[in-house]
Design a protein around this ligand. Structure first.
Ligand code: A2R
Length: 312
């Protein structure tokens, strides 16, 4: 049986990835930073702070994974302005710890470093769909840390022959995502309003932005396929490759609710720099793996809304 280690396996994406790998017959170990993740479909669950290099090395030796999915991160762009040192430590130093540990192993695992479309920064319409050749112009500390993660990963691949590949993942959505993210936030507000009385008003930010949304379950399927078929040293955009306006997603959510909900634009929710369009060119991923998204966005939105209906 092939062995997978998911660093950050208790997070939003990690839980789905663990379940997917288990269904495909892998032996799966997941980690959390403060406590071993609970309620994750896995074989083993461990505590690992990736800031502790020795602990990283010990875990890798103990697990001896064939495949290592590096999802552990300070994953919030907004928080990265408030906690820049933590973001740089976890996302860059943490990655160095794992690459150092891997290169010293007799049989290092294949490593997938998960990055973000944030790395591209604010792009023009002419630059869309964004190809991997596009030079990253990170616009926040989180994005800069992910660019560094990728550059260091590529150095380790070249210098030590480590089998490293990277993603730049576009907006992924689905049940269980924190309400800091726009679609999850709208679904949560809608579920809350359904429980209340009086006038129902949903507060929103910039609705005209068009983004590349993909169901998290399709995203993790892409990660597994990349692990199996991706090219060493390559960087892959992960996304549907279709731009949808946030307004359209909101209309979809509201159409699934029995309540009459009024939309109120709240300018304090606007991002200081918000590109009007952000969409991936996904040819490299599709050609390497044959991946295509399978879950319609309406299903994702319905599942996310139902998640909040149950969890408020
Ligand atoms: O702190 P925990 O136990 O919730 O674990 C989180 C983990 N993590 C760490 N693991 C080890 N040492 C650390 N110092 C450390 N700090 C955080 O990373 C959690 O399991 C995971 C992040 O999960 P989420 O914030 O839910 O991120 P999500 O959406 O699953 O994104 C996965 C990856 C990240 O690399 C993002 O930057 C990328 O996809 O978009």
């Amino acid at each position: 049986m092939k062995r997978a280690l998911i660093l950050g396996g208790g997070g939003f994406v990690g839980r789905y990835l663990a379940a997917r790998l288990r269904r495909e017959g892998w032996h799966v170990t997941v980690t959390g930073s403060r406590a071993a993740p609970e309620g994750v479909d896995c074989d083993e669950s461990a505590v690992l702070d990736i800031l502790d290099g020795e602990a990283v090395a010990a875990l890798l030796e103990r697990c001896a994974p064939d495949a290592l999915f590096h999802l552990a991160a300070q994953s919030s762009a907004a928080l990265s302005w408030k906690e820049p040192a933590l973001t740089v430590d976890v996302n860059i130093k943490g990655t160095v710890h794992l690459l150092e540990a891997a290169r010293k192993m007799a049989k290092p695992p294949r490593i997938l470093l998960v990055g973000s479309s944030e790395e591209y920064g604010s792009v023009t319409e002419a630059e869309c769909p964004i190809r991997e050749e596009q030079t990253p112009r990170p616009g926040n500390i989180y994005a800069a840390s992910k660019v560094c993660q990728e550059m260091i990963g590529s150095l380790y691949a070249r210098a030590y022959g480590l089998d490293v590949l990277c993603t730049r993942s576009f907006n992924h959505i689905g049940p269980g995502q924190a309400a800091d993210f726009v679609i999850s936030d709208f679904c949560r507000q809608t579920a809350l309003l359904e429980k209340g009385e009086g006038e129902a008003v949903i507060r929103v930010g910039n609705l005209s932005a068009r983004r590349d949304f993909t169901d998290v379950r399709d995203v993790v399927r892409a990660y597994v396929l990349l692990m199996e078929k991706g090219e060493t040293g390559a960087v892959y955009n992960v996304g549907r490759g279709e731009a949808v306006a946030v307004r359209e997603m909101l209309d979809m959510i509201l159409s699934l609710s029995p309540r009459e909900i009024r939309v109120e634009v709240d300018e304090s929710r606007f991002r200081p720099i918000d590109a009007p369009l952000n969409v991936a060119d996904t040819r490299r991923l599709r050609e390497a793996t044959g991946w295509t998204p399978e879950i319609p966005l309406r299903d994702t939105v319905r599942d996310t809304l139902n998640f909040w209906r149950k969890n408020i």
